[in-house]
Design a protein around this ligand. Structure first.
Ligand code: PEP
Length: 251
């Protein structure tokens, strides 16, 4: 049985006072009161305060990206050591916005995944196709390639702990959601790819989220799908009442 995992991705939204207000509204969630693993991936500036405010609650804290080096002359970057030191537990790697606007390659994604494990962070590795790739019938080839390169040279144990987020790029922030069946089909293809690379036990254990305009109204049917083990949520994770509704759906 795979425990679902619902992660909010705040992107570059909120001020510190808004982030703290959100934390006040969700911090009462006791760990045993939610049946899903719960994460908020916040801007790096807020991570220290959020780890403190949410400590002891069901809500874990994640970063939205990081460098793969532990330290160095990389102006403006944040390292895995610095994240772990703050009590951050998760990190999103290879989000399509990072790939598109910041030239994050599959090779960099792979280095970041290794760096995450070296620092006891759980990576949420994003994969997904563009609309053109989908229309050309290349969805499976695209995501399988991203999975193979992103997870290269990991141990079976590490892959079991990795969270993969399937996010069709055309569904992110657009209000267009993949149908549950389509999303499940691609998540199933990802699981088969993991099986061919790392074996069946690993494929049975790895958690695969769907992301792309998930909201309280559509999350239930997505989570009922065989291969969908949670959601990575942008817009609908920004307000506490909406985020709490998403968690209720996972129960
Ligand atoms: C995301 O940020 O990864 C995402 C899926 O955003 P949204 O839910 O707003 O489409």
């Amino acid at each position: 049985m795979r425990k679902p995992i619902i992660a909010g991705n705040w992107k570059m939204y909120k001020t510190l006072s808004e982030a703290k207000q959100f934390a006040e509204e969700v911090k009462g969630l006791a760990p045993d009161s939610v049946k899903v693993d719960t994460v908020i991936c916040a801007p790096a500036l807020f991570l220290e305060q959020l780890t403190q405010l949410l400590s002891g609650s069901a809500v874990h804290v994640g970063a939205q990206t990081m460098h793969f080096e532990n330290e160095g002359a990389f102006t403006g970057e944040v390292s895995p050591v610095q994240l772990a030191d703050l009590g951050v537990e998760y990190v999103v790697v290879g989000h399509s916005e990072r790939r598109e606007y910041f030239n994050e390659t599959d090779e960099a994604v792979n280095k970041k995944v290794h760096a995450a494990f070296a620092n006891s962070l759980t990576p949420i590795v994003c994969v997904g196709e563009t609309l053109e790739e989908r229309e050309a019938g290349n969805t499976t080839a695209k995501v399988e390639g991203q999975v193979e390169k992103g997870l290269a040279d990991l141990t079976e144990e590490q892959v079991k702990q990795t969270v993969i987020a399937y996010e069709p790029i055309w569904a992110i922030g657009t209000g267009k959601t993949a149908t549950s069946e389509d999303a499940n089909e691609v998540c199933g293809a990802i699981r088969s790819k993991v099986e061919s690379l790392f074996g069946q036990q690993v494929a049975d254990a790895v958690r695969i989220q769907y992301g792309g305009s998930v909201k309280p109204e559509n999350i239930v049917e997505l989570l009922l799908m065989e291969h969908i083990d949670g959601a990575l949520v942008g817009g609908a994770s920004l307000q506490a009442p909406s985020f709490l509704k998403l968690l209720e759906a996972g129960a």
